[in-house]
Design a protein around this ligand. Structure first.
Ligand code: NAD
Length: 271
């Protein structure tokens, strides 16, 4: 049976932090489009195994052969782990796509005096993405064909998030990581872009996603009026990974129900 969804056929994609949430939805969408998916998780636990099974099932349903989807354990904030992960990811063939998706969020008030969380969040969200992007680029340059890097940024690349200094810094930094690497490698077949999600229903938002009142309050700030599922935004990553986006590099594509449109200006209040 031939597949109608095969925009990523023949490609291998490594997706960091893909045992759940946005990363898992992207992995499943990629598998559905014919990619061999390498699921990165800090631990090869039940969650990672369930994500792997979901990828296999999606690929099978779309008519793709089992092409070696697997789990690679690594903490992206450790450069030694990242080196080991890339050695494993490229052991049986070339890697074509990296999605830097692993991310954490926690309060880091602007007047705080404990730097532990500040350092941890920047190490995972920003340094981890840089370690992985550099390792992927070295691999892409080592063989013909180029490659693609997609970073999971956030609306907080552009919108400040008071109380969450480290998260805002990390996502702002990802924007410049994207543009800098995109320019450096634009003429060598390597495209680097970001997706900037708005409010997505994942465990990072456990403080409000299961509480109807808190969720309604969050959704009242979204111009489209609702928070999206990870599955609803995953196809945007697939588009950026595919040849349909062959002429797109250095961009952050916000997928946010209009959050970056300055909703407060819907009714004119300034003049
Ligand atoms: P999530 O908590 O469900 O997923 C985060 C994933 O990252 C998990 O699989 C976790 O195990 C993994 N991870 C964390 N630290 C890691 C490390 N050191 N090494 C390897 N993996 C690690 O949350 P999510 O919402 O799916 O988050 C995914 C990405 O999306 C993050 O970068 C987050 O900042 C970004 N994002 C999320 C939202 C949202 O509303 N959910 C909005 C904007 C951006």
């Amino acid at each position: 049976m031939t597949s109608s969804a095969s925009r990523l056929a023949g490609r291998t994609a490594l997706i960091t932090g893909s045992s759940r949430g946005i990363g898992r939805a992207v992995a499943v969408n990629f598998a559905q489009e014919g990619a061999t998916v390498l699921i990165n998780a800090r631990r090869n636990d039940k969650e990672a195994e369930a994500a792997l099974q979901a990828c296999r099932q999606a690929a099978r349903k779309a008519g793709h052969p089992d092409s070696g989807h697997r789990i690679i354990e690594a903490d992206v904030s450790s450069s030694a782990d990242v080196d080991r992960m890339f050695a494993e990811a490229t052991r049986t063939g070339p890697l074509h796509i990296l999605v830097n998706n692993a991310g954490v969020q926690a309060l880091t008030p602007g007047d705080g005096d404990d730097n532990t969380e500040l350092e941890r969040i920047l190490a995972v969200n920003l340094l981890g993405a840089a370690y992985c992007a550099r390792a992927a680029i070295r691999h892409f340059l080592s063989r013909p064909g180029g490659g693609v890097v997609i970073n999971t940024s956030s609306v907080h690349e552009a919108i400040p998030k008071p109380g969450f200094l480290a998260y805002s810094m990390s996502k702002g930094g990802l924007g410049n990581l994207t543009r800098t690497l995109a320019l450096e490698f634009a003429d060598r077949g390597i495209r680097i872009n970001s997706v900037g999600p708005g409010a997505i229903l994942t465990s990072i938002n456990d403080s409000w996603r299961g509480d109807p009142d808190a969720r309604a309050s969050v959704e009242s700030h979204i111009p489209m009026g609702y928070a999206a599922t990870p599955e609803a935004i995953a196809p945007v990553f697939t588009f950026l990974a595919s040849d349909e986006a062959a002429y797109v590099t250095g961009q952050t594509l916000y997928v946010d129900g209009g959050l970056t449109l300055y909703g407060d200006f819907k009714e004119n209040w300034s003049s």
